[in-house]
Design a protein around this ligand. Structure first.
Ligand SMILES: [Cu+2]
Length: 139
């Protein structure tokens, strides 16, 4: 009986129901600045919507969830309370859209900095992410 239950849960994908993070990166701050942007993709394999409610890191004093909105033709950055990820959908944090804003690293950020970000979801689960540190691409 135990075996049967296990295979049913595998078929239903329970093991994969938590949001999956990929391509996580944090940008090096501009010279003289202490604020960084963070980007990644969130895949929600579940049959219910999930919301990212919060991000924290031992290496930063604070992290906010941000979005860009269009105000009279100008892109403006605003703080939001959550990122909603619809069921069976992948959303991408990227320049000009959703992103994390990471404030005041506790030690200066370098390309080899070891950073961990903990994400808290609306279903109560948490995910740990180890982003790579990359330079802001030159235009
Ligand atoms: Cu921002």
């Amino acid at each position: 009986m135990k075996k049967l239950l296990l295979s049913i849960s595998l078929i239903c994908g329970f093991a994969q129901a938590t949001p999956q993070i990929s391509n996580a990166t944090v940008r090096l701050p501009l010279p003289g600045k202490t604020v960084s942007a963070g980007y990644f993709s969130i895949d929600n394999p579940a049959n219910d919507n999930v919301k990212l409610l919060n991000a924290t890191s031992p290496q930063f004093e604070s992290i906010e969830l941000h979005n860009h909105i269009n105000v009279d033709g100008m892109l403006r950055m605003v703080k939001v309370d959550e990122f909603e990820v619809p069921a069976r959908t992948t959303i991408h944090l990227q320049p000009g859209g959703y992103h994390l804003m990471l404030f005041r690293p506790k030690s200066p950020l370098t390309p080899t900095s070891d950073i961990e970000i903990q994400l808290t979801w609306s279903d109560g689960s948490k995910t740990k992410v180890k982003p790579t540190i990359t330079e802001i691409p030159k235009k």
